[in-house]
Design a protein. Structure first.
Length: 128
């Protein structure tokens, strides 16, 4: 990415993981094939590290709801997988600070290249 004007964006997409309370009513049903052998020392909430490790093992990221102030931030009937374009250093800094403040973020995330979307079909998106 040749970005000379914006320092708050990068050429990477980051999906961050947060603690996931499986007992919360807004938590989607977890896939059955995760199995109990995948869950070591099952504690609530599921840790961001566990969710990152599970995404790598399963080869996919599961859609969830994001809830702020008791309201869903994803509109519509289905959960979504969200990404941010913030620089990696800013992501780590924000993840540590927000996790320490008890907010729904952590410094654990998948970092992917952000390919140009011009060759793919447009899809509705919301960038954080």
């Amino acid at each position: 990415m040749n970005n000379n004007a914006r320092y708050d964006l990068s050429d990477r997409l980051i999906h961050f993981f947060r603690p996931l309370d499986t007992q919360h009513p807004d938590t989607p049903t977890l896939p059955e094939h995760w199995g109990f052998s995948t869950v070591e020392n099952f504690d609530e909430p599921l840790s961001p590290f566990f969710l990152l490790r599970n995404a790598v093992r399963q080869g996919r990221v599961w859609a969830t709801w994001s809830v702020r102030s008791g309201r869903r931030t994803v509109y519509g009937p289905d959960p979504a997988v969200c990404f941010t374009e913030m620089p990696i250093a800013a992501f780590v800094e924000a993840g540590l600070a927000r996790a320490a403040a008890g907010q729904a973020m952590s410094p654990y995330g998948l970092v992917l290249p952000n390919p140009p979307c011009s060759n793919s079909a447009p899809v509705p998106s919301f960038m954080v």
